[in-house]
Write a protein that binds this ligand. Structure first.
Ligand code: AMP
Length: 397
């Protein structure tokens, strides 16, 4: 895959598809600006090469055609100004491919930045619409994709738009190429022992990832809600914990495969149980063998954390995707926070999948201690599954 450094971009108009879909609180403030900071390197490179820079991103899920203020990229542009610290203008267009965007592009000078409004204000974006893609493509000489978080979706700005540029005029930005290299290279050629830590709610969401990982890793640690399907498959009473009964056979198959391949497979040995799915109910630690019939497990227990720490001790590569419990609630967040600290404390190359897992690492204050924290949840999971992402395929073709 070509990167921006392989292209001659000097003085050109460059369209950069960024992923500015940052989380915000109930007052609309940005709670984590990693995705904006992640895009800075590519943007600065374009500034230094005297480009006219057009940035485009989606933001949350507006209804197409309805310009609601809460979905505007206004707050992103404000943060971008603070972080980019350039003397030249950084402006926001009032629309995506409308009169205002076009007028502002026509007036754009070298080293200036124009941010288009939320791509998903236009129905054509998620429909991968050719005509819309062409309108975007007509804005620039060069197309750069730096939006790893959306590469698993065939949307106009990451897929249909790309074919309007030949290979001398399209490439990956620094962030995208770093994301892909980290996952692809690490998974294909890891330093061993290679440990996968997989958590989150359901087995079904990570089945493909598990199947692929079993072929590559030396050890697997399972936590979170999905652990209960595996525990039940082993014959344990799991009470009212999250379970996917239709996947019990699949869970058994994965464990048998792991045993045959010599992959060590670890499940929680104790859990934090509570009578109901509530933030403030009573709770206690119990061995995994002793979950009461009408209680549910919402986190791994302290013995599991200690065991998992031992398992991680000699790791040289760790890939982590999915929290160990309902980390959003303080009471059930200890297992996930501890897992984050334990991974951060190792000397291994540590790769944290985006989304919830990155959120845990952030809450735990461990982000700087990890080798790489992905900006894309779904996209990173797809890479672990061994899938070709549409956005990356479009660039490579
Ligand atoms: P996923 O999107 O599959 O990575 O799952 C993340 C979600 O799993 C988080 O919102 C957690 O609250 C949830 N989760 C983790 N452990 C459990 C559990 N034991 N029971 C129910 N939900 C869980």
């Amino acid at each position: 895959m070509k990167t921006i450094k392989d292209l001659d971009i000097t003085g050109k108009t460059v369209f950069i598809r960024c992923d500015f879909n940052v989380p915000k609180d109930e007052d609309g403030n940005i709670t984590d600006d990693r995705r904006i900071r992640g895009a800075l390197q590519t943007i600065r490179y374009c500034v230094d090469n005297d480009c006219k820079i057009i940035l485009a991103s989606h933001f949350d899920r507006p209804t197409a055609g309805v310009y609601e203020d809460k979905y505007s990229l206004k707050i992103v542009v404000a943060r971008l100004k603070t972080l980019l610290k350039i003397a030249e203008k950084i402006t926001l267009a009032d629309d995506v491919v409308g009169v205002d965007a076009k007028a502002k592009i026509a007036a754009l000078k070298a080293r200036e930045v124009l941010v288009l409004e939320n791509l998903r204000y236009e129905a054509g974006e998620t429909k991968n619409d050719e005509a819309f893609a062409k309108e975007l493509a007509d804005m620039a000489d060069i197309y750069i994709n730096d939006a790893f978080g959306v590469c698993h979706r065939a949307h106009a700005s990451v897929d249909a738009m790309v074919k309007f540029f030949d290979t001398e005029h399209r490439a990956a930005g620094f962030l995208l190429s770093k994301e892909v290299n980290f996952f692809a290279k690490t998974i294909e050629n890891p330093m061993r022992p290679f440990v996968a830590v997989v958590g989150g709610s359901k087995v079904s969401g990570k089945l493909e990832a598990l199947r692929n990982l079993i072929e590559k890793v030396d050890k697997v640690i399972i936590g979170g809600g999905m652990a209960f399907t595996f525990l039940k498959a082993q014959g344990y009473e799991i009470g009212t914990s999250l379970v996917e009964n239709d996947l019990l056979d699949e869970a058994r198959t994965i464990m048998i495969k792991a045993r045959k391949k010599g992959v060590k497979f670890y499940l929680p040995v104790d859990v934090v149980v509570t009578p109901e799915f509530s933030e403030h109910g009573i709770s206690k630690y119990l061995p995994s063998q002793e979950i009461p019939k009408d209680w549910m497990g919402l986190d791994i227990g302290p013995a599991s954390s200690r065991l998992f720490r031992e398992v991680l001790n000699d790791a040289q590569t760790i890939i982590w995707n999915g929290p160990m419990g309902v980390y959003e609630w303080d009471k059930f967040s200890k297992g996930s926070l501890k897992m984050s600290h334990d991974i951060a404390d190792t000397h291994a190359t540590t790769i944290v999948g985006g989304g919830d897992t990155a959120d845990v690492a952030q809450k735990a204050g461990d982000v700087d201690e990890m080798t790489f924290v992905s900006t894309g949840g779904g996209a990173s999971l797809n890479l672990i599954e061994g899938k070709v992402l549409p956005g990356i395929e479009a660039l490579e073709q």
